[in-house]
Design a protein. Structure first.
Length: 178
């Protein structure tokens, strides 16, 4: 945690040190006291933002090997508890290899009958397989979803081969009763 008005003051940085017996967060000046928010075997670049439509903190990060997925978690408080991970974007499942990312020459990508994918990649390294990473939430850019029951959130997703940034939208909604 770092107060916005002290962003240049490293001495103001505080680390989440777990919860006290009453469930309130504890903060420490010492990084050695820090505690994980959740157990996650892989965690790449991440971003966290408050979504007022859902009344939740959202966390996006990339995870996966050899192919990255963009994963989301949510929580009522920034210190948790955080939800189980949910895959928000999978290049294979969501057409990323056809639309945004070079699948490489040896990878066959299943496409609907009649659909032809244009090559997407750096012409200097046409055989290099691309991937997705760095999902950065655009705080304040969201809106109420078309059905009125959720939130359209926007985030930037970086890719390599081609090396670019893609504007993404995801529609999120809360399960009934949550």
């Amino acid at each position: 945690m770092l107060p916005a008005d002290r962003a240049d003051d490293k001495a103001a940085l505080r680390y989440f040190a777990g919860l006290d017996p009453a469930g309130a967060p504890r903060w420490s000046e010492r990084e050695a006291d820090s505690q994980p928010l959740f157990n996650q075997p892989c965690l790449g670049e991440m971003s966290v933002s408050w979504d007022p439509r859902l009344g939740r903190w959202l966390m996006l990060y990339n995870c996966g090997a050899p192919r990255s997925q963009i994963v989301m978690r949510s929580a009522m408080q920034p210190w948790g508890p955080w939800s189980a991970p949910q895959v928000l974007f999978d290049p294979e499942r969501d057409g990323g290899f056809c639309e945004y990312i070079n699948p490489g020459p040896l990878r066959m990508v299943a496409q609907p009958v009649g659909r032809v994918c244009a090559a997407r990649g750096d012409p200097h390294v046409p055989d290099a397989v691309g991937d997705a990473y760095g999902p950065y939430l655009l705080a304040g850019a969201g809106k109420v979803s078309a059905d009125g029951r959720g939130s359209d959130v926007y985030f930037l997703m970086s890719t390599w081969n081609p090396y670019t940034v893609v504007l993404m939208r995801a529609t999120l909604s809360l399960p009934p009763g949550s």
